[in-house]
Write a protein that binds this ligand. Structure first.
Ligand SMILES: [Zn+2]
Length: 424
């Protein structure tokens, strides 16, 4: 169902019948209101301001992108319907251990939290900037399955009954080609897909077979055009080869490599589906968790995705911190978004990268040409398992870092009205 239509439908029909049936608890009804009072309200610039409208006669499509969203493990434990806390990591045997570590660092969390709690200030920014499509890389399995993937040292899962957490931010699509969606085996993937689809959230990058894993999510934006999101993983992200979907086997859309041959295959896949004026997004899970350097092979592949395969936006993720941004032939390449939500805040190590800081990426795209018109980065911080606006000092730190890394790629950012505005 198209985004606009779905939102209108939800607004009109879902809220009241649920209340009437008593499905929502008193707590979940009351909590959002109480929580809203604590929102750190800011004056955010409007997405579609007057001068932008005047300058661009073509329709503009607005997108929200972010990096890894990990609502499993410790995060799942503070939500209303936590999974069994047993995990099988060498470091930790109980998911509540991650809650304990976070609380030790930043103070107690009033559990259980409401479904919208984890999104914190992000909800205000999303409502204010009103993107046409909201895209996240969901880095967790949604399942009750207790059989983890043999040999997988870290296992993320969220209980399916916590799906309202993703609905609370009105997420439109979860990309799933990553190194955690099969942590709880094929059954875990099957439940992830069915939980998301039941919640009217589209998926791309994983499926019951190769065809579903490769299929893009499609959004029809009224009077603007279509947005197609392809999702794939590279093995450099730690996605095991055994997770690769095939004609007979469920799994993820794992690329063989980043070669010209792979580009050629993607180009023919895109050209078979693409219609005139479609905006085509490549959401790719690649590279390690830490480090600013951009692999030359990754850069060449990103350029190839734009030049040869016809993609308009490269949405890269896997790094736990944001990386530099490039705009190549008017098409944006986000090499690594950085984590948007996770349960790592009590874990020590790699402090110099400030993995607690991230961005909400808001892109304005010319719907006719697919060119980037504007990119706004809203600095965020994860604290008490909740996304909040980064403070001034941290926003300045992010600005300085993005300029240092952007210099190598031809981009710069300026801090204006609590957001970083990209120039190229
Ligand atoms: Zn990952």
């Amino acid at each position: 169902m198209a985004t606009m239509k779905r939102r209108q439908f939800l607004k009109k029909t879902i809220a009241f019948p649920l209340l009437a049936n008593g499905i929502l608890s008193i707590r979940s009804m009351a909590a959002p209101k109480i929580y809203a009072e604590h929102l750190n309200k800011r004056n955010l610039p409007m997405y579609q301001n007057y001068s932008e409208k005047k300058r661009h006669k073509d329709p503009l499509i607005r997108l929200f992108l972010c990096g890894d969203v990990m609502t499993g493990r410790g995060i799942d434990q503070i939500l209303p319907n936590p999974s069994e806390p047993q995990i099988y990591e060498s470091y930790m045997r109980n998911a509540l251990g991650y809650v304990y570590l976070a609380e030790k660092r930043n103070g107690a969390i009033d559990k259980p939290v409401s479904y919208d709690y984890v999104w914190g200030d992000a909800l205000q920014a999303l409502n204010h900037l009103a993107p046409d499509v909201r895209i996240i890389n969901l880095e967790t399995s949604i399942t009750t399955n207790n059989h983890y993937w043999p040999g997988k040292g870290i296992q993320y899962r969220m209980h399916p009954n916590n799906i309202d957490c993703l609905k609370a931010a009105d997420i439109d699509i979860c990309t799933l080609a990553n190194n955690h969606v099969l942590d709880w085996n094929h059954e875990g993937l099957r439940q992830t897909l069915s939980s998301l689809h039941k919640a009217n959230i589209q998926t791309a990058g994983a499926g019951v077979d190769l065809a579903e894993a490769q299929r893009p999510a499609v959004f029809e934006i009224p009077e603007k055009g279509r947005v197609l999101i392809f999702s794939f993983a590279d093995s450099s992200s730690g996605t095991p080869n055994s997770w690769k979907a095939s004609h007979q086997r469920a799994g993820v859309n794992l690329l063989d490599n980043l070669s010209d041959q792979t580009l050629y295959q993607l180009a023919s896949h895109v050209s078979a589906i693409k219609r005139e004026n479609d905006i085509i997004i490549a959401s790719i899970h690649w590279g390690g968790n830490w480090g600013y350097d951009i692999d030359l092979q990754h850069r060449k592949f990103a350029h190839g995705l734009i030049e040869q395969a016809g993609f308009d936006i490269i949405h890269g993720h896997s790094s736990h911190h944001p990386k530099g941004i490039e705009v190549y032939k008017n098409k944006p390449i986000i090499y690594g978004c950085g984590d948007f939500l996770n349960d790592y805040e009590g874990i020590s190590g790699q402090e110099s990268y400030r993995g607690d800081l991230g961005f909400m990426y808001f892109l304005t795209i010319n719907a006719k040409t697919g060119d980037l018109i504007r990119m706004q980065l809203i600095p965020t911080q994860i604290k008490q398992f909740r996304i909040q606006y980064a403070d001034k000092a941290d926003s300045l730190w992010l600005q300085q870092m993005m300029n240092r890394e952007g210099q190598k790629l031809g981009s710069q950012v300026a801090l204006e009205n609590n957001e970083l505005l990209l120039s190229w």
